[in-house]
Ligand binder design. Sequence first.
Ligand code: NAD
Ligand code: UFG
Length: 330
Amino acid sequence: MILITGGTGYIGSHTAVKLIEQNEDIIILDNLYNSKSEVIDSIETITGKRPKFYQTDLLDINGLEQIFKENKIDCVIHFAGLKAVGESVAQPLKYFNNNITGTINLLMAMQKYNCKKIIFSSSATVYGTTQIMPLTENSPLGVTNPYGRTKLVIEDMLKDLANADNEFCIILLRYFNPIGANQSNLIGENPNGIPNNLMPYICKVAKGELPELNVFGNDYDTVDGTGVRDYIHVEDLAIGHVKAYNKIKSNNGLHIYNLGTGNGYSVLQVISSFEKANNIKINYNIAPRRTGDVATVYADTKKAEVELDFKAKYGIEEMCRDSWNFYRNI
Ligand code: NAD
Ligand code: UFG
């Protein structure tokens, strides 16, 4: 039995679908802080199977232990966490408490109930402002904001745990920039308020909910001066988790993998891919650089390819098509 924390969220829900499609037994835990319980209905509609759901907060130790008591959990896929970089700068303690304390509670419960396999949602943000691309799993680490710090602290805690107890198997997955949605259009990314991230912002402009996109800087040392990122379809990312689960079943120790495509696209290239894929014009203007942004980020994907047999298959236009198909239907 696999416990998916944060399983009604964006990436967790897509992964839940893929695991059910592989006939795995899953349980979802989420406090619904940033997602809705209807996602469980959507997962059932897509897969024909309704996962067991606990509306539980990782900060509620008793509630958490109850889940381990009631179910024989062999592996945890740990998505639950807060992820808004700007909010983390304004409210670091909220992030440290939710993400770090929440993870400690989870690990203590796992140890108590002898569950020693965990796949953790880390991020390319742990590479800080390293300039040398592509980023390999051995590139230098560093952080630029409290959200990133929570990821790095949790990675370090998990490394210590793997050193202390060699029965643990831990996989750290460093995601690059997930976009897109399941082709059912029933699950996808729908942040509240004004989005921080590029693709949800573009979708809101496309739908007329926001007037225009601010392109943060056009004087970077990139193909057209705008920031370059490694966008990965969330369906590919979900498959990456299935591959990681297949590996964790029969391995010990700690393993780290980038999950990206290895290709970088600039903001203007994403806009034109979106326009082409969906036949919609996106209004934008060039705005100043956003503090903390770097010019270019993309992954070296070889390790995941060799050790997990994972290779992303969707291209940027398919990602733009699926993001929009989900967003225009809600
Ligand atoms: P999301 O907000 O859609 O999903 C996270 C889920 O966790 C939400 O449903 C939320 O309600 C739940 N949650 C948060 N705190 C909780 C708590 N204390 N107890 C129980 N549930 C809690 O985010 P996502 O985009 O699906 O991201 C999933 C994970 O991947 C996060 O850890 C995030 O930091 C990481 N990540 C995301 C991105 C990205 O761009 N989306 C990039 C790199 C890493
Ligand atoms: N951008 C704009 N306008 C916007 C939003 C973004 O021009 O309104 C630009 C950014 O400057 C950047 C690119 O679009 O060049 C992508 O920005 P995102 O905010 O979508 O993504 P980031 O790469 O900045 O960060 C995201 C997550 C982090 C995560 C990281 C992993 O927000 O939490 O991907 O690489 F760590």
